[in-house]
Design a protein around this ligand. Structure first.
Ligand SMILES: *Cc1c(COP(=O)(O)O)cnc(C)c1O
Length: 474
């Protein structure tokens, strides 16, 4: 087994330390001979005046004090932390300098063709008739999809105020529905971890605007009654929303559109191997069935007589992001899907499911709900899942997602993805096994080998300081 000591750049006291850029000593003599006229320059930005090697070392050191998918496995369930193949960066770099978002349509036909091409790819993958690429994240996609649902019902003079969401759903579903102005109706899962059609029947009614669902759900279980569920919602006049943040179990095998879903979002920064984490930028395209196409965000790309153009859909909900969304992320997703092709996508989902099942077969933690697909939720049992997770870092692997979904006590939600080979899966299994046998005290004090040990997660999430200006203001 391989062990791990994270690099630790330190201060005099031995505390982890890498100075902020603003704390680094600036060049003795600032560059005076900027080639720009005075009226086009400003000094209010207070940028540190550093050389390229100083910058490169700063960011490399920070990366050495962190854990990433380029160091080892990253089985963070639901998040689908795939390795981002480098060729997609090359493709994005080709395009990067070339287009200004305000250029006239006739001068950017290639760009529009690529956007239309990605709309088509995603539409085919999800079984949707039209796709907007504008939303910048999964949660933004949910919000966009729900605005479309609202606009559709309003257009039909149908006043519907409720969105039904299973208790196992991702937290963003509840937040997006509330932000879009709906009342949230939480649906308790059945004993088998799936939607209970009796409970659903009791929840739907004249107020139902939509049901939001993930399939396979966050326990990795396929909703076998999906056709019946779709009928119940549709008969009540509601729409079916598919949370497709993570499509790794379905790629090339099954399509939400064929299951009866009307709206879905995709996370290109999960399923389609574009960078993920650190707050983005990502992209959360939204697909819809034909009847909802007139409500898509403005502008939308379409092909007309061999040319590509931007247009405003008839009952558009308006803009949800600047221009066409996060263009370079979309280029990377396009490149990834084009390189894999249909057989490659189907192969990815096969390996994702195989890897999750192989890993699960090698660990002793109980897995209460089966059969799962691309991810499984183990229970840490008497251990605290958060502590067990921290300890895994000491074995050189990233921990799984913890304590969610709540229907499994001390949940360890694990998704190895298709990128890992058997040797790495064995390494992951060995880490799980080692941690499963350790005493609570050892776990509670972990991690020992990382640069930062226990951080104050709540404060980091609630009051993030994302710039040195924010730090300065304290
Ligand atoms: C990640 C995720 C989301 C939210 O996506 P973001 O891009 O993080 O906003 C929604 N639903 C599920 C199931 C997810 O895993």
């Amino acid at each position: 087994m391989q062990f791990y000591d994270q690099a630790r750049w330190k201060d005099d006291e031995g505390e982890a330390y890498e100075p902020l850029l603003s704390e680094k000593k600036s060049r003795e003599e600032p560059i005076e001979d900027a080639p720009l006229p005075d009226d086009l320059t400003r000094d209010s930005l207070e940028l540190p005046d550093l050389s390229e090697p100083e910058l490169a070392r700063h960011y490399t050191r920070l990366s050495q004090m962190n854990y990433g998918v380029e160091q080892g496995p990253f089985p963070l369930g639901s998040c689908t932390m795939k390795y981002n193949p480098k060729f997609t960066e090359d493709v994005a770099a080709l395009e990067a300098g070339a287009v200004h978002p305000d250029r006239r349509e006739e001068t950017v036909q290639g760009t529009l063709a690529m956007l239309a091409g990605l709309q088509d790819y995603l539409g085919r993958i999800g079984g949707m008739d039209a796709v907007t690429l504008q939303p910048p994240a999964g949660a933004a996609g949910e919000y966009t999809g729900l605005l479309i649902a609202r606009a559709y019902h309003d257009h039909n003079d149908d006043d519907r105020s409720e969105v039904i969401i299973p208790d196992t759903a991702h937290g963003t579903n509840f937040a997006s529905a509330a932000l879009a102005g709906f009342d949230v109706v939480e649906l308790p899962s059945g004993d088998d971890g799936r939607v209970d059609s009796e409970a659903l029947n009791a929840a739907v009614g004249d107020d139902t605007a939509a049901l939001m669902l993930t399939n396979p759900n966050t326990l990795g279980l396929f909703e076998r009654e999906i056709s019946e569920i779709a009928d119940i919602v549709h008969e009540a006049g509601g729409l079916l929303y598919y949370d497709g943040a993570n499509l790794n179990a379905l790629l090339g095998r099954a399509r939400p559109g064929d299951m009866g879903f009307d709206i879905m979002h995709y996370n290109v920064h999960k399923t389609f191997a574009t960078p993920h984490g650190g707050g983005g930028p990502g992209a959360g395209p939204v697909g819809v069935v034909e009847t909802l196409e007139p409500f898509l965000p403005d502008p939308h790309v379409r092909e007309a007589d061999g040319d590509y153009e931007l247009y405003e859909p008839e009952h558009s909900i308006g803009k949800v992001h600047g221009f066409q969304g996060n263009w370079l992320v979309l280029v990377k997703a396009y490149a990834y899907i084009a390189r894999l092709g249909d057989p490659g996508l189907a192969d990815a989902s096969a390996k994702a499911v195989l890897n999750a099942n192989y890993l699960a077969s090698r660990i002793d933690y109980e897995i209460p709900f089966e059969p799962f697909h691309h991810e499984f939720v183990a229970s840490a049992g008497d251990q605290d899942a958060g502590d067990a997770a921290k300890r895994m870092l000491d074995y050189g692997v990233h921990p799984p997602t913890t304590k969610w979904p709540e229907i499994v006590a001390e949940a360890l939600m694990t998704e190895p993805t298709e990128i890992e080979n058997r040797e790495t899966l064995d390494q992951l299994a060995a880490a799980f096994e080692a941690v499963a046998e350790e005493a609570d005290e050892t776990l509670a004090a972990a991690p020992h080998r990382t640069t930062a040990r226990r951080i104050d997660q709540a404060t980091a999430a609630r009051s993030p300081r994302l710039s040195w200006q924010a730090l300065d203001q304290e």
